[in-house]
Design a protein around this ligand. Structure first.
Ligand code: NAD
Length: 494
């Protein structure tokens, strides 16, 4: 069977121990490939390669912005050539419907093109200053941060990798990258593309393996200047603690439990459809899912019935067949979601549809959960408080706008939120009250490379995508030039 290796200092290498792990197809349980199961030592070798590349050989760092832009466009073109393969890898490895994987690949290609563009755009500021020192010009330049460690989750395997790799590369950093061991295949293919495109040795390093060995070593290393992480809030906290040794810069994109507030004056069918997207897209394994659904009491009954009917009609199957939803990513994730469903039932939520694993026939070997809708949930219930990360909608009725806002904000998270109403004043008023980084009005989930992505509160630190996403990977240097280089008769001479 094919073994996927690490990519360190421009070479494909196995884990020094020779150990491998398996990655499986969640629709069938079959092993797709073996992957290097790397240790802390392998990770340190990759960090050393990145350090040498940034501080000694400096090939990528010293490549000028125009040439870096050209290289990013070349990567985008190679991804375009491999589009079908990349999408298939994500569907096989993650389980998501093929058309969703194809959408992810298109977004990922556009992300490289986007950063190829903005790295050549004007940047920095200049000021005419004096301050009693004589006439001066002060201006800022952006520089790469150095050795950047990047760690990603399994829910959008290729896209989450690219959201980090494209801006960090555009900025000229050297990278040590660890994808989720659940779904490493599309990122591995992307590194084959980096190799083909001739990114200088050591500028991009891939280390496959577990979070405890590889991820922790990256976050704790004093030779890493920055670590950016997307994943659970719990691991994000451990990354923050690990990063303290050299006060490395951190970027954290963490979990969520986002609200969707639906007012009586909404377009009801539109609101139902967006709630479907906000709950069931990617099998509900979406950090910004808005599956905590607050519905005004006057339309609550009608909304709940429509949502439950649509959820019950969803096709569930192997992602390659393009069903409405595919399997969850792993047995562990499925069991976690089923555990939340049991808690919902035990704590008194009304189960309208779904609520169980599918096991007959073609489902037997995969991790399929029937789309689930709970009604009459209350704020204290576990399904309302904790991130489920699965296809489970939880409806809570509300009476007044104030009540809906208070319940929406009653969470430790702050990633996203949705408001559905035809009253534009109300939409903007409520949007401003929601303590979260991404808000949708009369829609839910659309995401753009041009707009910043990130959370308030325990949903994270920093922003990805957009010009902010590039700036996260840059240091800003202030440069001051005295316009008259002669003595100014100040300080020692009074
Ligand atoms: P996870 O936190 O379990 O793992 C994420 C990554 O961290 C994996 O590569 C894992 O191997 C690694 N890791 C695990 N332990 C580590 C450690 N001690 N040190 C360093 N790295 C370690 O998350 P997951 O289950 O892969 O993904 C689901 C989570 O990701 C959800 O909470 C979801 O909300 C979040 N997420 C957030 C965003 C966002 O943009 N805010 C996007 C996607 C997913």
């Amino acid at each position: 069977m094919d073994t996927k290796l690490n990519y360190i200092n421009g070479q494909w290498v196995p884990a020094a121990s020779g150990k491998t792990a398996e990655t499986r197809n969640p629709a069938t349980g079959e092993v797709l490939a073996l992957t290097a199961d790397s240790s802390a030592e392998d990770t340190k070798t990759a960090i050393a390669a990145a350090k040498k590349s940034f501080y000694e050989t400096r090939e990528w760092r010293d490549t000028d912005g125009e040439a870096r832009s050209d290289k990013l466009l070349e990567i985008a073109a190679l991804m375009e050539r491999d589009k079908e393969l990349l999408a298939n890898l994500d569907t096989l490895d993650n389980g998501k419907p093929l058309r969703e994987a194809e959408g992810d690949v298109s977004d990922a290609i556009h992300c490289f093109k986007y950063y190829a563009g903005i790295i050549t755009a004007p940047s920095g500021h200049s000021y005419e200053v004096n301050g009693g020192f004589g006439p001066m010009h002060s201006y800022t330049i952006a520089e790469p941060i150095g050795v950047v460690g990047q760690i990603t989750p399994w829910n959008y395997p290729l896209l989450m990798s690219v959201w980090k790799l494209a801006p960090a590369l555009a900025a000229g950093n050297s990278i040590v990258f660890k994808p989720s061991s659940n779904c490493p295949l599309s990122t591995h293919r992307l590194f084959e593309i980096f190799d083909e495109a001739g990114i200088p040795a050591g500028a991009v390093n891939l280390v496959l393996g577990s979070g405890g060995a590889v991820g922790h070593t990256i976050a704790a290393s004093n030779d890493v200047d920055m670590v950016t992480f997307t994943g659970s809030t719990k691991v994000g906290q451990s990354i923050m603690a690990d990063a303290v040794g050299n006060l490395k810069k951190i970027g954290l994109e963490l979990g969520g439990k986002s609200p969707n507030i639906i007012f009586e004056d909404c377009d009801l069918d539109g609101a139902v459809e967006w709630a479907m997207v906000g709950t069931f897209f990617n099998q509900g394994q979406v950090c910004s899912a808005c599956a905590r659904i607050y519905v005004q009491d006057t339309i609550h009954e009608a909304f709940a019935q429509k949502l439950a009917a649509k959820a019950a009609a969803m096709t569930v199957g192997n992602g390659l067949d393009n069903p409405d939803i595919g399997p969850l990513v792993s047995e562990a994730q499925m069991n976690k979601v089923l555990g939340y469903i049991e808690k919902g039932k035990a704590e008194g939520a009304t189960l309208l549809t779904g609520g169980y694993r599918l096991t007959d026939g073609e489902y037997a070997k995969g991790f399929f959960v029937k789309p689930t809708v709970f009604d009459n949930c209350t704020q204290g219930m576990t399904v309302i408080r904790e991130e489920i990360f699965g296809p489970v909608a939880c409806i809570v009725p509300f009476h007044t706008e104030e009540e809906a806002i208070a319940m929406a904000n009653d969470t430790e998270y702050g990633l996203a939120g949705t408001v559905c109403t035809k009253d534009i004043g109300k939409a903007i008023r409520v949007m401003k009250e929601i303590r979260a980084g991404i808000l949708w009005i009369n829609c839910c989930q659309p995401t753009f490379n041009q707009a910043p992505w990130g959370g308030y509160k325990m949903s994270g630190i920093g922003r990805e995508l957009s010009v902010h996403g590039l700036e996260e990977y840059q240091e800003t240097k202030q440069v001051n030039i005295a316009l008259d280089p002669g003595p100014i008769g100040w300080y020692v001479n009074g």
